[in-house]
Write a protein that binds this ligand. Structure first.
Ligand code: SAM
Length: 188
């Protein structure tokens, strides 16, 4: 059983755990089943704030219910809109922004993130990050359009000036069956 090099979702979670502090303001651009939102809500504590975007009301409803059960709803602000519009709702500087691209597990697979809106959103997300803020993006390549989206994300991030941000790719290069890829960005 692997403990350290597990999978991108777990690696992203551990980066969040190490980085996010009480009182931080953070953003989950793809709430989905709420795993990242709930984790972030715990990390920012009572004095912090989590913004959460999803285009599917069912995702926001289920995540709201989970947060309510854990008494964490007071610090989470849901926005039922596409993440390409984050700048219409957020003007504060953010410590961390997370994307988990693709479709809602257990939901309608035809409703998924797409390269055009994802790149539009990423451009805005980087501007909203504070200095030394982190951006985490997990890309899935097994579904239709997933590979293309990952390539677009990679091309966009690869072109960021290294004086502006450092970009890492976490890629399981010996795994079969299209393993997900995690990108990590630290803004200067
Ligand atoms: N992070 C989630 C979790 O922990 O359960 C999983 C996210 S799931 C892979 C992707 C989510 O992105 C879906 O719920 C989908 O509705 C949402 N989504 C797709 N396009 C979107 C967009 N343009 N803006 C915001 N959310 C979007």
């Amino acid at each position: 059983m692997y403990k350290y090099f597990t999978n991108p979702v777990d690696i992203a979670k551990r980066i969040m755990t190490n980085y996010v502090k009480e009182g931080d303001i953070v953003l989950d651009c793809t709430v989905g089943n709420g795993n990242d939102t709930i984790h972030l809500a715990k990390l920012v504590g009572d004095s912090g704030k989590v913004y959460g975007f999803d285009i599917q009301s069912i995702a926001l409803k289920l995540t709201r219910e989970k947060l309510e059960k854990e008494n964490l709803l007071n610090r989470v602000f849901f926005i039922h809109d596409s993440h390409e519009n984050i700048d219409n709702y957020i003007s504060e500087k953010l410590s961390l922004i997370v994307y988990n691209l693709g479709y809602l597990p257990g939901g309608d697979k035809s409703i998924k993130t797409n390269p055009i809106t994802t790149i539009k959103s990423l451009k805005k997300a980087i501007k909203l990050l504070k200095s030394n803020g982190l951006l985490l993006i997990t890309c899935y390549t097994g579904h239709s359009g997933g590979k293309e989206e990952k390539e677009k994300v990679k091309a966009y991030l690869s072109a960021l000036d290294q004086k502006y941000a450092n970009v890492l790719e976490f890629n399981f290069i010996n795994q079969k069956n299209n393993p997900p890829v995690l990108y990590g960005v630290e803004k200067f």
